[in-house]
Design a protein around this ligand. Sequence first.
Ligand SMILES: NC(=[NH2+])NCCC[C@H](N)C(=O)O
Length: 501
Amino acid sequence: MIESKFLTTPSDLGIIAVGFSGGQGKAGVDTAPTALIEAGLLTQLSDDLGYTLHGDVSPTASTVYTANLPAHDPPVRGMKNPRAVSSVTRRIAEQAYAHAREGRLVLTLGGDHSIAIGTVAGSAKAVRERFGGGKDMAVIWVDAHADINTPETSGSGNVHGMPVSFLSGLAKGEGEVFGWLGEEERISLRKLVYIGLRDVDVGEKRILRENGVKAFSMFDIDRYGIGRVMEMALAHIGNDTPIHLSFDVDALDPMWAPSTGTPVRGGLTLREGDFICEYVHQTGSLVAVDLVEVNPSLAADNDLAAHETVRAGCSLIRDSLTYERRVVERVHKYHWPAVQLNLWMLVMLIASCLIIGVFASFIQIQQILLLPIPWYFPYYITVASLTVSFILLLLWLIFQRRLLPSIVMIGGFVLFVLWLVGLVVISIQLWGPSASVSSNCDLYVFGADPQPRGQSIQTLAWLAQRAICQSWQAVFAFGLLGGIFLLWIMVMAYQVFADDS
Ligand SMILES: NC(=[NH2+])NCCC[C@H](N)C(=O)O
């Protein structure tokens, strides 16, 4: 079961079925709720998914919202049927509010998209009341169109192209035409996300740009894939925000949903539409769902088209409400700074190889001189070899795309400690109290007076001794460098880890 963050009774559904078509010019969208219910949508929700249904469950309930519409309804500011749309949406807002107030999920079957003025207003108001004024509801508007025309920018005068502008306060209503829409019913444009846009009017584009509205067009879906788009959409909304999903069936490609008033080719596949619904449901933040613009009478060549569209609608609703636990494997994606990491490996490899080489030759020298081999010679060789193995391990993990910061941090720490011990011992040998290497070198090698010249045994011996002294210096320099680099890799790993969360 998906745990719901904002509903008190998540298995209760408040149904609003609105047979209304006044937000646009084509008859037929008003028959959609009946068609959806007759296709078995509500029985599936109650019998298969286990919801308790409240509200408009009978196939005829959808007519009450449009009863007693004003007989005389001339345009206002270019809007067609303004009074009818205003009074119907007001009624819907009250219904949606009543269900949402109870902590139920609100499911609205439209109708054209103008009815979202009512559903969004009602749920926004309930969210404000239930969670305090500070909490704004987010709206995910899945649609081929932005529906954000103001009466002034609209070319058609159809209110189904304007709901977002009234809901966000871009367009102000007055008197009997949306005068009822108050401050507490508003939504913020910052919490609005569009998905599926591909037919946006010139005036709408300007509005979207000027208000910085988050919109994922079909271009974005092609570019990033629907999975990434949903991730970005929800990242924008944030995970502590109730979500109202308003799904216009024309977001789907006409191939999947041909029976709709304003079809636009090049849309979402049915599967992408389903994915959106599933994804939003999985957030546990869903408080309301609308399905609009299904118009069964617009079946151009055959009845199959209408049937398909209704079926697509049912599928969308089901997916946005399916109550099941999916095991979500959290996939981390760590972003390692490639250049730094490569530099680190290269420098550490050089330092380790140098140390191995120097101490291997020191051991040989001791053997030739028949001197005992001090414990720290093999110790250095071991630590440096471990470092080389660690680098090989990192390369292998990078190749497998499984370089976890924790592995790097633990490995880096262990090596750092070993490395530090080595560094301390070297320092003691170099500058320690008794017969230190450094003082011997300064005395007999670098400070030898006179320095031997010419091809003699003495010169060769002096050169051999100088090489040993220089090797000690190199070992110290690279030991110090390695220690610092090991500290650095731990910091780097921590940053990569912190970045991810
Ligand atoms: N919900 C819809 N199907 N809206 C279509 C809107 C089309 C156009 N932008 C208009 O303002 O008229």
